[in-house]
Each structure stands twice: as structure tokens, then as C-alpha cells.
Design a protein around this ligand. Structure first.
Ligand code: NAD
Length: 429
């Protein structure tokens, strides 16, 4: 039987903690999620039927601060996946040095099958069910797969009705006019882009010589595609849940984003003003995309897409994990033996939570920042974190993932030790 996503996340935590020499008491504490709220949302459909949707919220660990993590709407959401994602958030916030613990939430639903009014009722009901489990100093949600600023706005307004006060800092990724931050929507893609810039510097290569394949063309995938295209990378393949497109001469990702906005489909087109025309390309499957011979492979959709069964077919030199958990732990050795370098999710996609942190700070200060302030602070946070992870990996001759986990575990350990662990209570150390 294959491991669950959470078991996979735990085994990765345990092996990296062993290599980093983390105190057993700290590792043991990270084996146990702090609290999980599991419930069922009953939502009245437009045709009068009542439907029932499993919903979850997990506070994984809060030693460094309140829980922070997105809310995902997807048919594959379950408690196991939410818990794994919350563990990764714990590590991610610590890698970036943010004053947060890790959390995550989700609803098992295909939101594409709901009308806008059904989606609003579901989103408000989620917040109603979680209203005492969420709060600006307790747990601060944000968007994730299939959730967006409007949904965050609905949830915020529901929370404010229940608690009878304006509380913008309770949720991030909301519309700017409701207290959202400039630059939040692009933040995950932009943060990942800064990791590519820093990587290219370290490996001495130019953007213009890089070919790139991107799986997933949603919020994160579209922004990184456009930023990489702007600096001269050739984006040879793009996909979404329905499949992908390939062209060795590269795509104009702005045109493809425009066409996707119009038709909801990833098509190989070039748009001049309002006219879009097909460009020569091949249709490929998501599996074929993962096996393309490119310099940089960017999984930006769901977890577990690269596993023991297909890792051997990966031909990319570098994998940039924009999605959470796209490479299963059991695929990592295979990729390492092939010389594939993985830049890990807990670093790469941390731009989203970093600008969420900025949004929370702005809400608490009542003082919004302009876009250039957000962008320059994001760049500095991302480059600092990348350099810390890279230097750690060089010093310890380990993978970038092991280095990122080691840094995060050290920060968590320091906080736990300040309150006393077994070493202190037995030996006074
Ligand atoms: P999104 O919903 O905007 O986009 C997801 C994209 O993935 C869509 O294009 C969808 O069609 C595609 N997709 C879904 N299933 C697929 C499949 N089986 N094969 C190929 N493509 C598939 O979501 P997003 O916000 O861009 O998030 C993408 C990933 O990035 C997720 O793993 C998410 O956890 C991670 N992430 C997002 C943020 C953020 O701020 N948006 C922050 C950190 C991490």
C-alpha cells in the first residue's frame, strides 16, 4: 500500500531531523498535530437540494506564532492531506523566519460544479463552522487551490458578522479594498521567480538559455510563467487539469493566460490586441510534460505528481517545487541519483505566506504599503532565505530540502528549548 501524503510528510521530517541532529523531543512534538477541526458543511443548492461537504482546519504547531495556512476547495481534500499541508506550513514559516506556526484548511468539493451563489453559501458556512477556531492571533487563513480573493472576502465578512467587529487581520489574500495587500495575488509566483534568479546566479547560467515546462496554470503557475518569460526564459510547455501544450520555440504566456481567462482552457495561441490565433504546437498529457527534456521543470498544481512510478522518466536538470509536495519522498532518491536538483516547496512557494504576513502586519498597523514596498521586501525575504538554505546545503553537503528543514527545525528547536526540554529539566542544560 502506498503511503498517505501525511505519512510521506512525516517520514521526510523524521529523516531530515535525524540528519540535522534535532532533539528527539522536538521531533516527537512535530509528530503530533496540535488540533484538527473536522466537520460537515450542509449547503442548500440553487435547486433546493441540500448537499453535504466534509471540511477541515488543522493547527499543526504554534510554537513560533499563530497558525497560518490556506484553504483549499478540491474533490481530493481529506484530513490526511490537510494535516500534511499544515505540517509543511509549519516548516515553511520557520524557513522564512515568519512569526507563525503552520495551519491549513480545506473542503472536499469540486467548486467548478457550483454556481456563484452556492459557492458563496459554502464559503460563508465554512467560516461559520470555524469562527471560534480562527482569529488574528489564533489562526489566519489565506487562499489556496481553487480559492481566491473574493472567497476570502466572503469569509472575512462572515467572521465580522459573527464577532460584531471589523477584523481584517483574520484572513489574508482578501480584496485590496477590504484590507488586502498590494502584491498578494502575484506573491507566490514572484517569490518563486526570485528563487530562480538566485539559483541562476549560483549555478552561473543565464535566463535566456533556460527552457521551462510548467504544470498547472493557475495563480502561481501563471505569475511565474510571465516573470520567467520577461527575463528571457523559453516556456516550452504549459498544462492544466485538462492536459498540456508543447512548442520547442516557446509560448507567449500572456496570450495563453488571456485565452484561459476567456475560454477556461490552456490553448497554444498568440494574441495581438483582442485577436488570438493558434500557434504551431503539440497537445501533450500531464505525464508527458513531467518527462520533457527541459532545464527547469515547475510543478505548480497538486501534490504527489512525481512519485516512484514516474521519477525515472524525469529529464529536467532542476525541479522548482511551486506546488506543495509535488515530489513524493519515495521519488527523491531516484531523482538525486539522476543528478536532478530539487529546489523545495517550503522555500520556493513561500512568497505567498510572506506577503500574507505583510498583509497581516499592515492590517494590524492600519497602514497600507505601496506595491513597490511590498515587492522589494518580498525580494529581500526570498533572497535571504534562498541564500541561507543554499549556504546550509553547501556546508553540510546535503540537498536543498534537507538544508531548508534543518534551518526550520533549528528555529523551532530554539523556541522549544527556551521553555525547557528534557535536557533542561534533567540536567539543567
Ligand atoms: P489554482 O487553483 O489557482 O491553480 C491550480 C492549477 O493547477 C490550475 O491551472 C489547475 O487546472 C491545475 N491543475 C489541477 N489539477 C491538475 C492536474 N491533475 N494536473 C495538472 N494541472 C492541474 O491554485 P494555485 O493557487 O496556483 O496553487 C497551485 C499550487 O501552489 C498548489 O499546490 C498550492 O498549494 C501551491 N501554493 C499556492 C499558493 C498561493 O498563494 N496561491 C501559495 C503557496 C503554495
Amino acid at each position: 500500500m502506498s503511503k498517505s501524503t501525511y505519512q510521506d510528510a512525516l517520514s521526510r521530517l523524521e529523516s531530515t531531523a535525524a540528519a540535522a541532529g534535532t532533539s528527539p523531543e522536538v521531533v516527537e512534538s512535530l509528530r503530533h498535530p496540535k488540533s484538527i477541526l473536522s466537520t460537515t458543511l450542509s449547503v442548500r443548492m440553487d435547486d433546493g437540494r441540500m448537499r453535504y461537504f466534509p471540511a477541515y482546519r488543522c493547527h499543526y504547531n504554534n510554537i513560533l506564532g499563530p497558525s497560518k495556512g490556506g484553504i483549499r476547495f478540491h474533490p481530493a481534500v481529506d484530513q490526511d492531506e490537510v494535516t500534511a499541508l499544515a505540517l509543511w506550513m509549519t516548516i515553511k514559516c520557520a524557513v522564512l523566519g515568519l512569526p507563525y506556526g503552520g495551519g491549513k484548511g480545506g473542503v472536499q468539493v469540486d467548486p467548478k460544479r457550483l454556481t456563484p451563489m452556492e459557492l458563496e453559501r459554502l464559503s460563508r458556512h465554512y467560516m461559520r463552522s470555524m469562527a471560534d477556531f480562527i482569529g488574528p492571533e489564533l489562526d489566519i487563513p489565506a487562499p489556496d487551490v481553487n480559492t481566491n480573493a473574493r472567497i476570502m472576502g466572503w469569509m472575512l465578512s462572515e467572521y465580522e458578522v459573527i464577532h460584531k467587529r471589523r477584523t481584517p487581520a483574520v484572513i489574508t489574500g482578501k480584496p485590496i479594498c477590504l484590507g488586502g495587500s498590494e502584491g498578494r495575488e502575484e506573491a507566490t509566483g514572484r517569490g518563486a521567480f526570485h528563487c530562480v534568479e538566485a539559483l541562476l546566479k549560483r549555478i552561473g547560467r543565464n535566463a535566456s538559455e533556460m527552457t521551462v515546462a510548467i504544470q498547472g496554470f493557475g495563480n502561481a503557475g501563471q505569475h511565474i510563467a510571465q516573470l520567467l518569460q520577461d527575463v528571457g526564459c523559453t516556456i516550452v510547455a504549459i498544462s492544466d487539469s485538462r492536459g498540456g501544450i508543447y512548442s520547442s520555440s516557446g509560448f507567449d504566456t500572456y496570450s495563453i493566460a488571456r485565452e484561459k481567462e476567456r475560454s477556461r482552457i490552456v490553448r497554444g495561441v498568440y494574441c495581438d490586441k483582442s485577436v488570438c490565433e493558434a500557434v504551431p504546437h503539440e497537445q501533450i498529457s500531464n505525464e508527458e510534460l513531467l518527462a520533457l527534456d527541459v532545464d527547469l521543470l515547475i510543478p505548480a498544481a497538486l501534490d504527489g505528481v512525481i512519485h516512484r512510478g514516474n521519477a525515472d522518466s524525469v529529464r529536467a536538470d532542476y525541479i522548482l517545487e511551486v506546488a506543495n509536495g509535488p515530489v513524493r519522498a519515495d521519488a527523491e532518491d531516484i531523482l538525486m541519483n539522476k543528478g536532478v536538483v530539487i529546489v523545495p516547496d517550503v522555500l520556493v512557494n513561500a512568497g505567498g505566506v510572506t506577503v500574507s504576513y505583510f498583509e497581516w502586519v499592515q492590517n494590524r498597523q492600519g497602514y497600507p504599503w505601496d506595491l513597490s514596498t511590498v515587492r522589494s521586501r518580498l525580494e529581500s525575504h526570498m533572497i535571504t532565505a534562498f541564500d541561507e538554505v543554499w549556504n546550509e546545503a553547501e556546508q553540510r553537503r546535503c540537498t536543498l530540502r534537507d538544508a531548508a528543514y534543518a534551518l526550520a527545525l533549528r528555529r523551532i528547536e530554539l523556541s522549544m528549548k527556551s521553555l525547557g526540554t528534557q535536557e533542561y529539566f534533567q540536567n539543567g542544560e
